[in-house]
Design a binder for this molecule. Structure first.
Ligand code: NAP
Length: 676
């Protein structure tokens, strides 16, 4: 069989493995299927290429353009995903395992594409939070903004998710506008390589946006500075080695670490055998033991149950594991494939033996292994192993040893406080789960344990039908954890994009802040439009265009009419004495909603035109009561514009209501959809 040549992609060209290339074996047959080795990559030139070609090209695009690119990339990969599934069997993955990796990766691109369009501007500067008032008269203000780093993101990935592992980092990086150099783990790099080929052949990526290092990273990390990021996923020992490099420390290079984790799942005291929660717990435990043959950073390594229930739990898990057919992952009947390599199998068995020093093997073990349709010796198959640790307080190894395969340990806890103590003994994990119907149990675990874990997954009969699984990181939510888990965070929607951007506080006058942010700031220039703004198309409207309306008196009859008409006869509007007794009101006052309605009546231009719909309002504040006899007038200003579809975009307007003394009585942000 011809070996797959796992090339690198450097300076826009594919580079074949060199003479010193290492062989990679199939997890199923043990035979060599690919070769990898970087030959002679010029890492300085690769970084320069990313910085001078990829970075500027990406930064020239808006967040929305980059989001659209991510969506198209996801579609391009989806159209050819069959090629990836085929290769993936060699990693030991079943079809279901590959779905997590390949479709999970495509889904992650899609979520970031959609979040980029919905939550980020169609521009170049991301505005973080509100304007900060720094002066009495409002002539000197502050605003946080985020802009893309001008270096390169070096992604170093683990072997277990060759596609998802790359895409979950690429999506936020490219959305930020930063080019990437991707270095997959050698053992499964042939799959990452195939996916990068698909992306490059799609022609969607600007030149220099993505490069691939198949093999070692040479001196790459020693070339980085504060505009670069290293985003690492792998073992704690490699992370420690890399992040403690004097060069990275000296240059304050951002280092995001996702490393191994002794995740735990706790069965709530209420979830007794016979309840739906008990069965759900067993199901989740078995799924996490067997999916990807236990090679998931989020897998359940420690199983916590109320003392006295250990045996029942072990029996239930064992009965399910008995039905888990291990074999060639191409067979439809196979439920669990192999770990990635013979070396990985040796490592798993070695770590399991360590756990065995403190816990008793109660299910499985390599002697009990039977394999369907493949050679159990040549392929790297591992029988799931369940241990029971009778003394979780005195034990150490069970809380610290990650056997990165189908290995897990059952422990009993005395009470919830003790359960939380054991949960936290992992020293910081990616995810902890609790199966309970009891809100108090969930709250106690959150209070005692949330700070030790990146994600808390709570499940019960209500949510189980739609829940996503203990072990599934989601692009919307933060993935990462404290301490042992690396102290890093990835994904979490737009939060994940921020790892590749710099947050800067900008100070200046309102006009300066408007010029930088592209969003009208109160106090900056009010432009007079040539016609009513409601008659002007999305493209014609300029940021800062302002309409001042006539003023209108609010009478007692108006208030009474509105109260009768709507049914809102709240005492503050109807009862002089009761209203005056209230600390907020001088007497009867106008309804806030009446003021909003009058405001619309004052600023609206009624004819059919480019304004298609009013889609909502934000940040409504009633600042001063309006009494009968007061007058109001409105200032309507174009604050921000965002293109939405091919036909229309969203306009956000600042709407401020003033009384006859020029005092602000209300303010809000109005949203309309306007035709181009
Ligand atoms: P690993 O041995 O630490 O390798 C991780 C990556 O680092 C690989 O790409 C590896 O490349 C690279 N690497 C190793 N030494 C390097 C060096 N000196 N300079 C630059 N790169 C270097 O981990 P793994 O065996 O691939 O992955 C398994 C581990 O990852 C498990 O412990 C698991 O818990 C953890 N993991 C964590 C997460 C998470 O999100 N927290 C996700 C998945 C896996 P080579 O392969 O070429 O050596």
């Amino acid at each position: 069989m011809e070996l797959i040549a796992v090339e690198s992609l450097a300076l826009g060209k594919w580079v074949a493995p060199g003479n010193d290339a290492a062989k990679i074996a199939s997890a199923i047959t043990g035979e060599a299927i690919a070769q990898i080795g970087d030959g002679a990559l010029d890492f300085a030139a690769m970084r320069e290429y990313a910085k001078t070609k990829g970075g500027p090209a990406l930064r020239a695009m808006t967040y929305h353009e980059r989001a659209k690119m991510l969506k198209a990339l996801g579609q391009a990969i989806a159209a050819r995903k069959g090629e990836l599934y085929e290769l993936s069997y060699n990693t030991g993955a079943t079809k279901a395992d590959s779905w997590i990796d390949i479709d999970g990766g495509i889904g992650t691109l899609m979520v970031f594409a959609s979040k980029g369009r919905r939550e980020m501007p169609d521009g170049h500067i991301y505005i973080d939070g509100d304007v900060e008032q720094l002066s009495k008269k409002g002539t000197f203000l502050g605003q946080h903004i985020c802009t893309p780093l001008q270096g390169v993101a070096v992604h170093i990935n683990a072997f277990n998710f060759p596609v998802w592992g790359m895409l979950e980092k690429l999506a936020p990086t490219l959305l930020a506008g930063v080019p990437a150099i991707v270095k997959p783990a050698s053992q499964t790099a042939y799959l990452t390589h195939a996916c990068v080929k698909i992306m490059m052949e799609s022609g969607l990526l600007p030149e220099g946006a993505v490069q691939l290092v198949s093999g070692g990273t040479g001196n790459l990390l020693d070339l980085l500075d504060c505009q670069d990021v290293v985003s690492f996923t792998g073992s704690a020992s490699t992370a420690l080695k890399l992040r403690s490099s004097p060069h990275l420390l000296e240059q304050s290079v951002r280092f995001v670490a996702e490393q191994d984790s002794l995740n735990a799942s706790l069965l709530g005291p209420d979830a007794k055998p016979g309840t739906e929660e008990f069965d759900l717990f067993v199901k989740e435990v078995v799924r996490e033991l067997t999916a990807k043959a236990g090679q998931k950073c989020t897998a359940i390594r420690r199983i916590l149950v109320p003392q006295g229930l250990e045996k029942e739990l072990i029996d239930a898990v064992s009965a399910r594991l008995d039905k888990t057919v291990i074999g060639d992952p191409r067979l439809e009947t196979t439920r669990m494939g192999a770990v990635v390599s013979l070396a990985q199998r040796a490592d798993v068995l070695e770590k399991a033996a360590l756990i065995g020093q403190e816990a008793q093997l109660v299910y499985g073990g390599q002697d009990a292994l039977t394999v369907d349709g493949a050679d159990a010796v040549k392929g790297s198959f591992v029988k799931p192993a369940l241990y029971h640790c009778a003394d979780p307080d005195g034990a150490k190894l069970v809380h610290e040893t990650e056997a990165f395969g189908p290995v897990s340990t059952v422990m009993g806890y005395r009470d919830l406080a003790h359960g939380c103590e054991i949960l936290n003994r992992g020293g910081g994990s990616l995810v902890a789960s609790v199966i309970t119907m009891d809100g108090d149990v969930a709250r106690q675990v959150a209070l005692n344990s949330a700070s030790w874990h990146g994600r808390l997954y709570i499940n019960n009969r209500v949510s189980m039908g739609e829940s996503t699984g203990h072990g599934s990181p989601l692009p919307h939510l933060v993935h990462g954890g404290p301490g042992r888990a690396g102290g890093g965070e990835e994904m979490g929607g737009v939060r994940g994009v921020m790892h590749y951007m710099q947050r800067t506080s900008v100070q200046g006058s309102p006009d300066i802040l408007t010029a930088i942010s592209g969003q009208w700031v109160t106090g900056s220039e009010e432009k007079t439009p040539p016609a009513h703004p409601f008659t002007r198309s999305f493209n014609e409207l300029q940021i800062g265009e302002t309409l001042w309306t006539d003023s209108r008196e609010v009478t007692l009859e108006d208030i009474e009419h509105f109260a009768e008409f709507t049914g809102d006869t709240f005492y503050a509007h109807m009862d002089e004495e009761a209203a005056a007794a209230n600390p907020f009101f001088p007497g009867r006052v106008a309804h806030g909603y009446l003021l909003l309605s009058f405001a619309a009546g004052l600023f609206v231009q009624p004819d059919p035109g480019p304004v298609l719909a009013n889609t909502g309002l934000n940040d409504l504040k009633f600042m001063k009561p309006v009494s009968p006899g007061d007058s109001i007038k409105v200032r309507l200003t174009v604050k921000r514009k965002t293109r939405r579809t091919d036909e229309y975009g969203e306009v956000r307007w600042n709407v401020t209501l003033f009384n006859q003394d020029e005092e602000q009585v209300a303010e809000y942000e109005l949203h309309t959809m306007n035709a181009y």
